[in-house]
Design a protein. Structure first.
Length: 331
């Protein structure tokens, strides 16, 4: 019922009808005012202004009423003229006030609508922020409960974090198309920045790497991410990882050296560089080169655990670091 009333209230037919009635009433009032002015105001003005138009030397004619009835009649005529003028002015003021009040009401309604939209979006943002916190803590099932009902057109973060949550929870191979659809949808937002595109491309690289073991695609999206934002250090890590699995270990090392040169606080870059040097050391046959690679591996590992002590926990079971296990055991 409320919806139907809203449709009637805001229908163009009713809107035009209201305007037409106001215009007709205004025209009627103006017409009546014109008639009163023509019949009473103009003759009165002629009587009042007549002394100004006659010659000073001309004889003054008698203009006073001859009877009491004529005097009353003249007074009534003047009263009608003045009342008519007041009514006309009042009608104009009322019309102007009606237009002003209607405009004010429309502004108030728009403000109320904007407030309701703002309140709803604020509530949605609260759910989104909570979901992001849960994702950081790897509490993916709780994050999904916060974000699952949010519309994906709210902003790019909704489909992006839905994709991250799906990837973080136990899943099967059928998740891959759903995740890629969500990430592709996030890219379609017209207002996203290059930095945001870089984040989405980095996530696509991770999806292809983990779900499909498609290292060429993973490398392609990692390079897209770096192209969008050359300071996205995680994208360098993704590129190096893909190169390493494609057999280009030397190129992967070069990418990570470029990464830590740009950001000497990026612990994952130092850690993976340590792993790659250790793997290269294991393949090396030259004793001197092997020793130098070992020193590089240990040096980068020290930097990694200095920046993030949790890396030491990961290293205990990391097979990539087995060639330098003795050297880093007591660090």
């Amino acid at each position: 019922m409320d919806l139907n009333w809203w449709k009637i209230k805001h229908s163009p037919i009713l809107f035009m009808s209201k305007r037409l009635v106001i215009v007709i009433l205004l025209l009627i009032l103006l017409f009546l005012t014109f008639l009163y002015c023509k019949c009473h105001l103009l003759p009165a003005a002629k009587i009042i202004l007549k002394p100004l138009t006659i010659s000073v030397t001309a004889p003054i004619t008698e203009t006073e009423p001859h009877t009491v009835f004529e005097a009353v009649l003249n007074g009534a005529n003047f009263a009608i003229v003045y009342i008519s003028i007041l009514l006309a002015i009042t009608a104009i003021l009322i019309t102007v006030m009606c237009f002003w009040w209607e405009k004010k009401l429309s502004i108030l309604e728009k403000c109320n609508q904007d407030y309701e939209i703002f309140k709803e979006n604020s509530s949605r943002q609260a759910y989104l922020i909570t979901a992001k916190i849960f994702v950081i803590d790897e509490r993916f099932s709780e994050a999904w409960e916060q974000i699952k009902d949010l519309p994906e057109n709210l902003n790019y973060e909704v489909p992006l974090y839905k994709a991250k949550i799906l990837m973080g929870q136990p899943h099967d191979e059928y998740v891959f198309p759903a995740v890629m659809k969500l990430l592709s949808r996030a890219l379609l937002f017209p207002t996203i920045t290059s930095e945001t595109k870089s984040i989405i491309f980095r996530e696509m690289s991770r999806v292809y790497f983990q779900e499909k073991r498609d290292y060429k695609k993973a490398l392609e999206y990692a390079e897209h991410a770096i192209k969008e934002d050359y300071t996205h250090w995680s994208a360098y890590n993704a590129r190096a990882l893909a190169l390493r699995h494609l057999g280009n270990l030397d190129e992967a090392i070069t990418v990570l050296e470029e990464c830590i040169k740009g950001n000497n606080k990026y612990d994952a870059g130092f850690y993976n560089l340590s792993c790659y040097y250790a793997q290269k050391m294991e393949r090396e046959r030259d004793g001197v080169k092997k020793l130098n690679l070992k020193d590089m591996a240990v040096s980068n590992y020290k930097a990694a655990i200095r920046l993030q002590p949790k890396n030491k926990e990961y290293s205990r079971t990391d097979p990539d670091l087995s060639p330098i296990r003795k050297e880093i055991r007591d660090l």
